[in-house]
Design a protein around this ligand. Structure first.
Ligand code: FAD
Length: 475
């Protein structure tokens, strides 16, 4: 059980009673109050299968008002809750630790408005990212966020984790793209910051507090998000490289030579590719190399974009930076190549028990960390590999072993966080802190900043009912 593995004590919250269940059933009806143990199983365990809670009730509100009534009641009764979107989070934030009531946004999936002039969609927080992107594509727009979990994750989950993904390099972070947020506080109070304007400097930018706070300050119910025009032409190059130094030089060249059409720059090492080929039977489009890169361009003029990409590739090949590669323009081939990158996380789960790290590092240190960890862990493991969003300095370092071993975890942590702090990196680039990393947050945040975070939490959620045991450290 999670509580045993992580040695944590339950907070001073009430335990759910029959009367509480009756209250929720009166509000939502039988079908939207789930208390069947088998049905709850999938909501109590995280995507990685590493963290498990023991909630006995899951609620499925459809409206902001229902969320407000639920939270006001839970606050009064001191019942802890865990907001849940698509449950694809990777830091144990989306599942209860003990018996917190799960509030799922699965039925809050209405698109309210698409402003085709400014390019803004306003929707409920439970819209699945891929479905929302398909919806705005009908208006020639796109959601400025894409990630491997797009078929399951909710836009509210994305906002609550400040998800980064595959195109942050081009479209920036959600702190910029999200124009408005509506959220419900622990007290049940609805905070309406749902502006759909690109510019709105009326006082404190409160919506930012809900972006990346992982459900600890409020439950996000609606979002307005800036949608750029959907690109008319997309090209994807899959490249093989011999040294990490060549990877860095190729990235720098890509920024310079592809300029405004560069939309993604991803990095994969050989061990990650081997893992995908072995566990998912997906074949890489080129032969074996120590390193690989995916470089995507998106623009408005196919001829112009292809010409630019070809010049960049010819020069990279000519200079010996890139030794092999292939370019795809047809959607099915691009999809195949992207799935190799997007399904590494899934391949790792099939490899064994996965110890997953999501770290920001200055680029000169980026791959050194993987090499150092490999040496540090020696033969105790099945695999230590690195891939990620190199264009954002974001490394996904993963280690696998046959089964969960506490000794191995102790060998990895806190060494990995100390290493990161030494080079002024961040111990969580885009996945968040959740349950797993909260007691390591001081490696990336000053004590003054942590103290202020705790004060904000006390102000916005005085009873601490919103996603307890997450984000904030014990001490
Ligand atoms: P959940 O997992 O359900 O929840 C995540 C956190 O947000 C929890 O703390 C939860 O309590 C809180 N939360 C959820 N909804 C709300 C709400 N409405 N209001 C308040 N709090 C809420 N992440 C990236 O950043 N970039 C990637 O490239 C990326 N790739 C991934 C690939 C795969 C295959 C997988 C499995 C995950 C990946 N992730 C990535 C991680 C994950 O998908 C993101 O963190 C995603 O944003 C989580 O969305 P979700 O709806 O699944 O949220």
């Amino acid at each position: 059980l999670t509580s045993k593995r992580y040695q944590i004590e339950r907070g001073q919250f009430s335990t759910i009673s029959e009367e509480d269940v009756n209250f929720f059933t009166n509000l939502l009806g039988h079908h939207r109050v789930i208390n069947d143990e088998t049905e709850l199983e999938g909501y109590n365990i995280d995507w990685l299968g590493m963290v498990r809670g023991a909630s006995s009730v899951l609620l499925k509100p459809k409206t902001t008002e229902e969320v407000s009534t639920i939270l006001a009641y839970c606050n009064k009764r001191k019942l802890a809750v865990c907001p849940q979107g698509g449950n694809t989070g990777l830091v144990g934030g989306s599942v209860p630790v003990f018996d917190e009531i799960i509030i799922s946004t699965a039925l809050m999936n209405k698109v309210e408005n698409v402003d085709t002039w400014l390019g803004v969609v306003t929707c409920q927080s439970g819209c699945v990212l891929e479905a929302l992107d398909e919806h705005v594509s009908e208006y020639g727009l796109m959601i400025p966020l894409d990630l491997g979990a797009k078929g399951s994750c909710h836009i509210g989950g994305n906002v609550s984790t400040n998800a980064g993904g595959l195109r942050l390099l081009r479209y920036g972070s959600l702190h910029g793209s999200v124009l408005g947020v509506e959220a419900v506080l622990a007290s049940g109070e609805i905070v309406d910051c749902l502006s759909a304007m690109k510019k709105d400097n009326t006082g404190y930018d409160l919506k930012q507090l809900f972006i990346g706070s992982e459900g600890t300050l409020g439950l996000v119910t609606k979002i307005a998000i800036n949608c750029p025009p959907r690109p008319q032409s997309v090209n994807l190059a899959f490249l093989g490289l011999e040294t990490f130094d060549d990877v860095l030089k190729t990235y720098k060249d890509a920024k310079k030579k592809l300029g405004e059409i560069l939309s993604s720059c991803e990095f994969i090492d050989q061990s990650s590719i081997e893992c995908v080929e072995k566990n998912l039977k997906l074949k890489a489009p080129i032969g074996a190399h120590p390193f690989y890169m995916l470089i995507e361009t998106s623009g408005s003029n196919g001829i112009h974009d292809e010409e630019k990409l070809n010049v960049f590739l010819e020069e990279a090949l000519g200079a010996g930076l890139v030794t092999d590669g292939t370019v795809a323009t047809e959607p099915s081939r691009m999809h195949h190549i992207w799935s190799i990158r997007e399904r590494i996380a899934e391949a790792l789960i099939n490899d064994g028990c996965t110890y997953k790290y999501d770290i920001s590092l200055p680029l000169p240190h980026f791959y050194k960390m993987v090499e150092d960890m490999r040496e540090h862990l020696g033969s105790n493991i099945l695999r230590c590999c690195g891939y990620g969003h190199i264009g954002d300095g974001n490394l996904h370092l993963n280690i696998t072993s046959k089964e969960f071993e506490k000794d191995l975890l102790n060998l990895i942590e806190p060494t990995i966080f100390e290493w990161t702090a030494k080079v002024n990196g961040s111990i969580s680039a885009e996945h968040g802190v959740g349950f797993k990393k909260r007691n390591y947050i001081h490696y990336s945040k000053s004590s003054g900043a942590i103290a202020l975070m705790k004060q904000l939490k006390a102000l916005m959620d005085p009873n601490g009912i919103l996603n307890p045991y997450k984000v904030l450290p014990d001490n």
